[in-house]
Every structure is written in C-alpha cells, then in structure tokens.
Design a protein around this ligand. Structure first.
Ligand code: MN
Length: 252
C-alpha cells in the first residue's frame, strides 16, 4: 500500500510526522507537504508562480518532498508529477486545530484530502483540537484504527473522510461518532489597531461558535469529547434547489 502524507501546517510539523509514523507499517508512506505553514488557505492553488520542490530531511533517515505551495498544490503535484506510481490513500494532518463546521471550508488540511478525492483516491483529513500540548501520536493512532476499519471493508471506495479528535490530555475520547458537518463557524470579530506609522490595520479575533445543545453535528460531538468522522463531498450543487431555480424560467 502506498500512502501520500501531507498537511497544511508545514513539512516539519509534529502532527505530520506522527501521522506518517502511525501509517508507516501499512506500506510506503511518502511525505509531500508545504515548506511553509499554510493553515486556512482553503483549496487555493498556485497558478502564476513557479513551484520549487526541496528534499527535506525528516529525521530517522527519512526524506520528504517540501513544496513551495499550498496543500492542494502538494497533492496535485505529487499525484501528477512527483510519484512514479498511484497512491492508495491520501492522509492529511494531523492538523493542530479542529476542522469542524464552516471551518472545513477554510481548511488547507481538508483541501488536501479533497484534492486526493478529485483523483479518485480514498482520502482522509485528521485534526486535533488546539491545546497547549496536543497528543499528535495519540490522534494519529486513532486515525490509523479508523483507516484499518475503513480499508478492512470490501471495496476501498474512493471516499473522503474528515476526522476530528478531541483534546486527549483530558483523557480518552468517549467514542467515535459519524456525524454531519455543522453550520457553525467562527464568531467573527476584528480588532482595529494602528501601526507605529499611524496606519490602520485589522486583526481577526474571536473563536469557534458553539453548537446548540443536543444538535447532531461534528462541532457538537467533538465538544462532547467524541472522535468525529464525517464523509464529505465536493459537489457544492444545491440539488434540492435545482428544480426551484429551473422553474423560474430564466431567459436572456
Ligand atoms: Mn493547520
């Protein structure tokens, strides 16, 4: 089995190395990841600049490909150019910070997995709640157990899974729940400041919105200390509304 390991926190991020370690004995785990942190770049790709790729020493005699680009660039470049053979799994993470609710759409971690799914490759994004001392190895081991169960089933469907792990320093998770994506996002807010030259700048502040109690969603289940698994799709069409809009009888 060949696994492409990537992330948005950068190729030297401890979460990526933990994920690679947890998947290493499944076969060949190849690291292709951004040279610089790329959190919240979403599904951006590099169109007008060249992309350079560097050999990066990951320790223990391992070498990865450091890409001067976004997470989506990494997967696209790896699949189409850098790797000689197809991969069986794209694993993105372990990201520092949960990717639940609307934040899924800002996430570079999830975008890398989505890019894998574009190529028909089973893909998974793995994130852990942001804490002072995130247990990346613990989160990566949880991801590995979930992947084993997924791949143990017949078919190995080209599915796209988003996995979030609660803060493990507070004890083991209560279990795993398969839940839909919440529509809660970031409680928006801006601080308006002045720089030393008297020019105004803005800094985003605030934090993740909490889900209403009793809601069945990724945001709620993670807050209740469950590992969450959400199958995602990248067809953004509002299929339920297609007929409604068609019925408007739009014409030029
Ligand atoms: Mn990140």
């Amino acid at each position: 089995m060949r696994i492409l390991v990537t992330n948005d926190d950068g190729i030297m991020a401890p979460g990526l190395l933990a994920l690679r370690r947890a998947l290493a004995d499944l076969g060949e785990a190849i690291v292709v990841a951004p040279t610089m942190p790329q959190s919240a770049v979403g599904h951006s790709i590099t169109l007008t600049d060249p992309i350079r790729v560097h050999r990066v020493d990951l320790g223990d005699g391992l070498v990865g490909h450091g890409v001067e680009g976004s997470p989506a660039d990494c997967v696209k470049l790896a699949v189409l150019e850098l790797l000689d053979e197809p991969v069986d799994l794209v694993a993105s993470g372990v990201n520092l910070g949960a990717n639940v609710g609307i934040n899924v759409l800002y996430s570079g971690t999830v975008a890398a997995a989505v890019e894998g799914a574009f190529f028909g490759v089973p893909s998974v994004a793995v994130s852990i709640e942001d804490t002072d001392a995130p247990d990346y190895d613990g989160a990566a081991r949880i991801a590995r157990r979930l992947i084993d169960q997924w791949f143990g089933r017949n078919g190995r469907e080209a599915m796209l899974l988003n996995v979030n792990v609660p803060d493990l320093s507070a004890g083991p998770p209560k279990g795993v729940r398969v839940v839909g994506q919440s529509l809660k996002g970031w409680r928006e807010g801006w601080e308006r400041r002045s720089d030393p030259r008297g020019r105004t700048y803005y800094w985003m502040v605030g934090g993740p919105e909490r889900e209403d109690h009793g809601t069945d969603s990724d945001t709620a289940a993670l807050a209740e200390r469950y590992v969450t698994v959400t199958p995602l799709r990248f067809d953004l069409t509002d299929h339920a509304r297609l007929g409604d809009v068609a019925a408007w009888g739009l014409r030029l």
